[in-house]
Design a binder for this molecule. Sequence first.
Ligand SMILES: *[C@@H]1O[C@H](CO)[C@@H](O)[C@H](O)[C@H]1NC(C)=O
Ligand SMILES: *[C@@H]1O[C@H](CO)[C@@H](O)[C@H](O)[C@H]1NC(C)=O
Ligand SMILES: *[C@@H]1O[C@H](CO)[C@@H](O)[C@H](O)[C@H]1NC(C)=O
Ligand SMILES: *[C@@H]1O[C@H](CO)[C@@H](O)[C@H](O)[C@H]1NC(C)=O
Ligand SMILES: *[C@@H]1O[C@H](CO)[C@@H](O)[C@H](O)[C@H]1NC(C)=O
Ligand SMILES: *[C@@H]1O[C@H](CO)[C@@H](O)[C@H](O)[C@H]1NC(C)=O
Ligand SMILES: *[C@@H]1O[C@H](CO)[C@@H](O)[C@H](O)[C@H]1NC(C)=O
Ligand SMILES: *[C@@H]1O[C@H](CO)[C@@H](O)[C@H](O)[C@H]1NC(C)=O
Ligand SMILES: *[C@@H]1O[C@H](CO)[C@@H](O)[C@H](O)[C@H]1NC(C)=O
Length: 443
Amino acid sequence: MLPSVVLSIALANGALAAYSFKPLEHLAGIAPYFEPADPPLDPKPAQGCNVTRASYLVRHAAIYANDFDYEEYIEPFTDKLKNTSVDWSKAGPLSFLATWQTPISDEELEELTKVGELEAFQLGVDVSLRYPGFKPPKKVWTSTAERTEKSAQSFIEGLVERSNGTERVSVPESKAEGADSLTPYKGCPKYSSSAGSKQSSQYKEIYTKPIVEHFHDLAPSFNFTADDIVGMQELCGYETVIRGSSPFCSLEVFSPNEWLGFEYMNDIQYHYNTGYGNPISGVLGYPWFNATAGVLMSDDSDQDIYISFTHRELPPTLVVAMGLFNNSAFSGANNPNATMPLAIQNHRRAWKSSRILPFLANIAVETLSCDSYGFDAGDYFRVVVNRSPQHLPDCADGPGESCSKGKFEEFVKARGEMFGGYTEQCQPEYNNSTNVLSIYEDA
Ligand SMILES: *[C@@H]1O[C@H](CO)[C@@H](O)[C@H](O)[C@H]1NC(C)=O
Ligand SMILES: *[C@@H]1O[C@H](CO)[C@@H](O)[C@H](O)[C@H]1NC(C)=O
Ligand SMILES: *[C@@H]1O[C@H](CO)[C@@H](O)[C@H](O)[C@H]1NC(C)=O
Ligand SMILES: *[C@@H]1O[C@H](CO)[C@@H](O)[C@H](O)[C@H]1NC(C)=O
Ligand SMILES: *[C@@H]1O[C@H](CO)[C@@H](O)[C@H](O)[C@H]1NC(C)=O
Ligand SMILES: *[C@@H]1O[C@H](CO)[C@@H](O)[C@H](O)[C@H]1NC(C)=O
Ligand SMILES: *[C@@H]1O[C@H](CO)[C@@H](O)[C@H](O)[C@H]1NC(C)=O
Ligand SMILES: *[C@@H]1O[C@H](CO)[C@@H](O)[C@H](O)[C@H]1NC(C)=O
Ligand SMILES: *[C@@H]1O[C@H](CO)[C@@H](O)[C@H](O)[C@H]1NC(C)=O
C-alpha cells in the first residue's frame, strides 16, 4: 500500500485520535446513568441460553441534589459566590461564574429531575426489550421515599404496555424493619452513614491542594477551600441532570486527573461506608440476594421479573455480599483496606463506585435455561451489573459467566455463612428484627 493510503486508513480508524475523557463517568454517586462495559463482555446471554426469570435491584434515578451534598459542599459554595466581589471575567476558565446561577433550590432537594424521570422510563423500555417473552410483573417494589417511588413509577410506564396492571408496592423505610426492607441499613446500628468520611477527607486534602492553589491564582479574594472544589465538582453532575449540561464539567475547569482525584476520594468513602472496608456491608446486602435466589430457584414463582427500587447504599452492599468488584480477587490475599491507600490512587482497583452506583444503577440476577456447546443442558444463573455480566467467585462453571444450579445453591449458602445473621450482626434495639427479606413471598 502507498504510505498515504496507510495514513488515511490509520486516521479513519482513529489510530491517531486525541486523548479523550468523560468527567460524567467518574462522578461516583452523582454520575448520570451510564453503562460502563466493565468488563466489556457481550450483555446477551451465551449461545444456547434463554433468560427465564430475573430479579433487579435498582437505585433511584437522578435527583436535584441530596441533602448532605447540598448542605456540606454545594450551598456553602453558592452562598459564597452570591456574596463575592471577585471580578470573574478576569478569572480565565472560571469566567463563567460571572453569570452562572445555581440550578438547585431548597424546595427541590432530593426530588427526581426530569432527566431522571426520562432515564427511569428508558431503563424500563430497555429491560422490556431484554426479555421480550416475559409477562408484565404484577408487582414492582420500592422503598417509600418520593424519589424511589417516582423512579419506580416511570420505570413501570416504560416497562409495560398498561401500567395499571402492575402494582407499585411501597416498602416502609422505617427503622424497625430489620432485614425486611429495601433500606436495611436504616435499622442497623452497626452501620453509620458517616463511615468513610474520615478516610476520604485525607485524600480530599491531597487531591484538592493543587486545585485550590490554581484557583487562588485565578481569583485570590475568593479564598477557595477544599470543600468548594468538591461542591463545584458535584455541581457538574447535578447541573447536568437538571439542565442537560454544566460548565463545571469543562476540562478547562478541572483536568481529567482532577476528576480522577474526585472519583478516588468517593471510592474511598464508599469502600469504608458500604464496601469491602466495612465488615457490616455484606450483612446488609445479603438478605436481598438470598430473597432473590429464593424466587429465582423456586419452582412456582408468580412473576417472570422481580424489581425493587432503593437508595445508593444498597447496591454496593449487595456487590460485597456477592463478592464482586473485589480489589483482592485473584490476589491470594485479603487485606481490603490496603487496596485503597489514602495517600495515592490505586488506579488498578476493581472498586470504582461510578461503575457500581451511578443514578439508576441496576444489578440483575437471572435464571438461564441453557443448551450450549460445551456445557450440560439445564438451569444456570448469572449476575449483570449495569448491563455487564459478572462472574461470581467460585461460581462460574456455566456458559457466559454463569453458574450451574448446584454451584449456585452452594454459593448462596456459603455467602450466608459469611454474611447471614442480620439481627445478631446489627444488634438493633427493637426486639422484632428479622434476618430475611420477605417482600417477594406473597407476590
Ligand atoms: C458577605 O460579605 C460581607 C463583606 O465581605 C460580609 O461582611 C458578610 O458577612 C458576608 N455575608 C455572608 C452571608 O457570607
Ligand atoms: C387497565 O386499563 C385498560 C384501558 O383503560 C383497561 O381496559 C383494563 O381493564 C385495565 N386493567 C386493569 C387491571 O385495571
Ligand atoms: C416491628 O415492629 C414495628 C412496630 O410495631 C413495625 O413497624 C415493624 O414492621 C416490625 N418489624 C418487623 C420486621 O416485623
Ligand atoms: C479563608 O478560608 C479559611 C478556611 O475556611 C479561613 O480559615 C480563613 O480565615 C479565610 N480567609 C479569609 C481571608 O477569608
Ligand atoms: C478496614 O477499616 C475499617 C475502618 O477502620 C475497619 O472497621 C475494618 O475492620 C478494616 N478491615 C480489615 C479487614 O481490617
Ligand atoms: C475478596 O477476595 C479475597 C481474595 O480472594 C477473599 O479472601 C475475600 O473473601 C473476598 N471478600 C469478599 C467479601 O468476598
Ligand atoms: C430458547 O428459546 C428458543 C426460542 O423460543 C427455543 O427455540 C430454544 O429451544 C430455547 N432454548 C432453551 C435451552 O430453552
Ligand atoms: C435465606 O432465606 C431462606 C428463605 O427465607 C431462609 O430460610 C434462610 O434462613 C436464609 N438464609 C440466611 C443465611 O439468612
Ligand atoms: C418488644 O418490645 C415492646 C416495646 O418495647 C414490648 O412491648 C414487647 O413486649 C416486646 N416483645 C417481646 C417479645 O419481648
